[in-house]
Ligand binder design. Structure first.
Ligand SMILES: Nc1nc2c(c(=O)[nH]1)N[C@H]1C(S)=C(S)[C@@H](COP(=O)(O)OP(=O)(O)OC[C@H]3O[C@@H](n4cnc5c(=O)[nH]c(N)nc54)[C@H](O)[C@@H]3O)O[C@H]1N2
Ligand SMILES: Nc1nc2c(c(=O)[nH]1)N[C@H]1C(S)=C(S)[C@@H](COP(=O)(O)OP(=O)(O)OC[C@H]3O[C@@H](n4cnc5c(=O)[nH]c(N)nc54)[C@H](O)[C@@H]3O)O[C@H]1N2
Ligand SMILES: [Mo]
Length: 747
């Protein structure tokens, strides 16, 4: 644990605090129901933890989940219910005045609800009538491209496949998703560099590597089960390097809750090296390491670079080397905040390791130069052939538990022509070819009246997206908004003139169609597709499964226009999987293979050095480090998760691992605090700067923290109003949530 200035307070990540907190989470469920549900998390015959996309190994532990997974499960399995009376009691305006935590705490949504045009309250509506409202609105659009179908990453493969099929049968590729806000920079960068947008490593590689670089990721809070894997690697003698502006707790002191000593709270440091890079300084740092690596190679030719691999399997090395030669250590030090001596040490460590894995998350992707971050990291891996061999490779650690699978199923605004051809052939229709809106483009289209109907399969669009007031106005301007959800959130209240709430089953619940229990499938961060089956009784008799809702909407909207047997597909998920098997390469014989314990692994071309780039080689690409200089008084703000939230769902105020008590906090270096004329804990206003525009947010408190000079941190989603909707990677479209220039002043 750290206090507010980052000094360790002695408590380790995970450990007894986490165990107590886990028990606390399920207490509300009642002990029997709580333990019954936890026992099934991530088991072969159980349900996939909705917490994150980190894979499970075989054999499974009896308790294969973490504190934060337990929280996610407990919040879904809560016995509290929202009924029609609740919506009769509170108007939209009254609900809007409530805090997000309160909204979340009201329990599960159980009945379809309708806001009649301009009405002050939601009122009950039957499922068929709700579907008819959607059909009516979509039928009146001038073009199918005026509709937007958003997806969040908890949606199962089966639901996602039907969802994208419906959107395309309706006539649009407007399928933005939370991936646009998340790992899109990884997908774009890896796609170009190695020919596919996914990582290449598996859990077994973590048992064979000599070094693991963890960049821009806070696994202690966001992927806690990864710490156990890091611990095992470390015990074997594997070096672990954390590259992060923050000394994240889980990597500094980890107590494994599955071990007795861990329960006593003796944390062991996991990261051997902590590199406190400046926010936005990763390209400069990685180039510094690469430059130092080339020095080592020059000093002992033929011993450092893997020339055989470079010559046989890559393109662009010479051009990359030449561009790097033109950069000076001075400039790379300025950009990264890391002295060249440290870059040289890291290069030496990297050169000593026979096999290296690089893991990363939002600290690399959510920048204007997010794709450059990912591609420079790939360059570094390619130099020593650290790909497609045991213990080596890129490992983007995904967030939402099925975000990777949703994309595999075709939830993408930029589908490939091959995918569309196979989909069209299977279902005998002509899918639209034009690319659709990603998430930011969807906000713009709504704001400009080019899109008029917004339908969300899960998620919390109003809170997850940048530029909160602008995005909220865009949503409100829609003629119809539809939210298919498990829990109440801000997006139900920031509604279009007419709006619907359609209650969906979650992962933990029994899903029965035509009297037969169904299971769904998901794909984890390492390409394993496996089944997920909940056993709890559904939150209410009128709650439907996501595939059933997708099929219901499709039948109503396309009635008479589509030969696709929607009801038959949603009535037996094996029928959906048969179609997936025929449309998506790698899913052949899906129904049989997914019934095997642990499921099956999707093939990776890059994993076998058969790179699916046009040249069939991996590419060295030339990147420009970001100029991290800012006008005096401005700081680079990153918006990050606390230990006690799941994306837009905030569980509690305090960030236990960082020792920060309140969420409306901005953390800065003690000298930056002093320079801004601020005292510890003082009330402040934040102002962001982008292309001459400013955005303000009041009601924050400033705290001194162990951060590099010139950098600051605040929590997502509270700080989203500061992120301009236009500030994003021009290549991946990912918002620059982690690099917003701000001024902090007394407020
Ligand atoms: N409990 C819990 N689990 C979750 C989630 C959750 O909210 N709660 N969310 C899920 C989702 S959808 C996702 S995508 C993942 C997110 O998992 P993470 O990516 O770990 O989450 P963030 O809090 O966004 O943290 C990003 C990290 O990047 C660092 N960082 C910021 N800027 C930079 C930079 O410029 N360079 C470097 N090197 N580091 C930087 C921050 O200090 C922080 O440690 O977690 C998933 N799992
Ligand atoms: N400033 C800033 N903004 C960010 C980020 C950041 O780091 N900084 N991170 C971004 C990232 S990485 C992501 S992934 C996005 C997340 O964006 P989203 O995925 O849109 O948001 P979530 O908060 O995960 O969505 C939570 C809601 O999903 C619904 N839900 C939960 N489970 C289910 C289910 O099984 N089915 C259905 N139908 N609904 C369900 C519930 O109603 C719940 O309120 O936010 C992004 N926004
Ligand atoms: Mo994410």
């Amino acid at each position: 644990m750290a206090d507010s200035v980052g000094r360790p307070t002695g408590k380790a990540a995970a450990g007894p605090g986490a165990v107590l907190s886990t028990l606390e989470q399920v207490r509300e469920l009642g002990l029997a129901r709580g333990l019954a549900v936890l026992r099934r998390v991530n088991q072969v015959d159980g349900f996939d933890c909705p917490g994150c996309a980190w894979p499970e190994g075989l054999p499974r532990h009896t308790l294969e989940f973490c504190e934060n997974g337990a929280k996610a499960v407990a919040h879904e399995a809560t016995p509290k219910r929202i009924t029609a009376e609740f919506f009769a009691r509170f108007s939209l305006a009254e609900l809007e005045a409530r805090e997000d935590v309160w909204l979340e705490d009201q329990g599960r949504l159980t009945e379809p609800m309708w806001r009649a045009p301009g009405a002050t309250h939601y009122a009950p509506i039957g499922w068929d009538a709700a579907f008819a409202r959607i059909a009516d609105h979509l039928g009146r659009l001038a073009s199918p491209d005026e509709a937007i179908f958003y997806t969040s990453g908890r949606t199962s493969n089966e639901a996602a496949f039907l969802w994208q099929l419906f959107a395309r049968a309706f006539g649009t590729n407007n399928l933005p998703d939370c991936s646009n806000l998340c790992h899109e920079s990884s997908g774009t960068g890896l796609g170009e560099s190695i020919g596919e947008g996914k990582g290449t490593v598996s859990l077994a590689d973590f048992e064979a590597c000599d070094a693991i670089f963890v960049l821009g990721q806070n696994p202690g809070s966001n992927h806690p089960r990864m710490l156990t894997v890091l611990q095992a690697a470390k015990r074997r003698g594997c070096a672990i390097v954390s590259i992060n502006p923050l000394r994240e707790r889980g990597l500094v002191a980890f107590a494994n809750p599955q071990e007795a000593l861990g329960l006593l709270g003796h944390g062991t440091p996991l990261a051997d090296r902590f590199v406190q890079v400046r926010v936005g300084g990763d390209v400069a740092l990685l180039q510094g390491i690469a430059k130092a690596l080339l020095e080592l190679e020059d000093a002992a030719p033929g011993t450092v670079l893997d020339r055989e691999f470079i010559d046989a399997h890559t393109l662009g090395f010479d051009a990359w080397r030449k561009a790097l030669g033109e950069r000076s250590f001075d400039e790379l030090e300025r950009g990264s905040g890391i002295p060249r001596a440290e870059m040289r040490e890291l290069a030496a460590l990297y050169a000593r390791a026979k096999a290296v894995i690089a893991c990363w998350a939002m600290g690399l992707t959510q920048h204007e130069h997010g794709v450059a971050n990912v591609q420079e990291l790939v360059n570094l891996l390619l130099l020593r052939g650290n790909i497609s061999r045991p213990g080596a490779g890129p490992c983007p650690v995904r967030g939402h538990s099925n975000v990777q699978g949703d994309r595999t199923m075709g939830i993408w605004e930029k589908p490939t022509p091959e995918f569309l051809a196979r989909l069209g052939a299977e279902f005998a229709f002509a899918p639209p070819q034009a690319h659709g809106f990603d998430t930011v483009a969807a906000i713009r289209a709504l704001a400009e009246g080019r899109a008029r109907v917004f339908v969300a399969m899960g998620g919390n669009f109003a809170r997850a997206t940048p530029d909160t007031p602008h995005t909220e106005a865009a949503l409100r301007s829609a003629e119809l908004t539809v939210q298919i959800s498990t829990k109440l959130n801000r997006s139900h209240l920031v509604a279009g003139r007419e709006a619907l709430i359609l209650p969906a089953l979650g992962r933990t619940e029994r899903d029965t169609q035509n009297g037969v229990d169904q299971f769904v499938t998901v794909e984890d961060s390492m390409r394993t597709v496996h089944r997920s089956q909940g056993r709890l009784s559904p939150a209410g008799a009128d709650v439907r499964s996501e595939p059933a809702i997708a099929a219901g909407i499709a039948s109503a909207v396309l009635s008479g226009r589509s030969a696709i047997p929607w009801a038959e597909l949603a009535g037996d998920y094996d029928r959906i999987r048969e179609r997936i098997a025929r449309v998506i390469p790698g899913f052949e014989d899906m129904n049989r293979r997914v019934r095997e314990p642990g499921g099956f692994v999707l093939p990776s071309g890059a994993g076998t050095r058969a790179f699916r780039t046009p040249s069939q080689r991996a590419l060295f690409t030339v990147q420009t480090p970001r100029d991290t200089a800012l006008p005096p008084g401005q700081l680079w703000l990153m918006t990050i998760r606390s230990h006690d939230q799941y994306n837009t769902t905030v569980y509690g105020e305090a960030d236990r691992y960082r020792g920060v008590a309140d969420r409306r906090a901005v953390l800065l270096h003690p000298e930056d605090l002093a320079e801004a004329g601020l005292e510890e804990g003082q009330a402040v206003e934040l102002e962001s700067h982008w292309r001459g525009e400013t955005r303000k947010l009041a009601g924050f408190r400033a705290h001194a923290y162990d951060l590099p000079r010139g950098c600051a941190a605040a929590y997502f989603p509270e700080a989203n109003a500061l992120v301009p909707v236009g500030a994003r990677s021009p290549r991946s479209g990912t918002p620059a949530y982690k690099s917003v220039p701000v001024t902090v002043r007394p407020g």
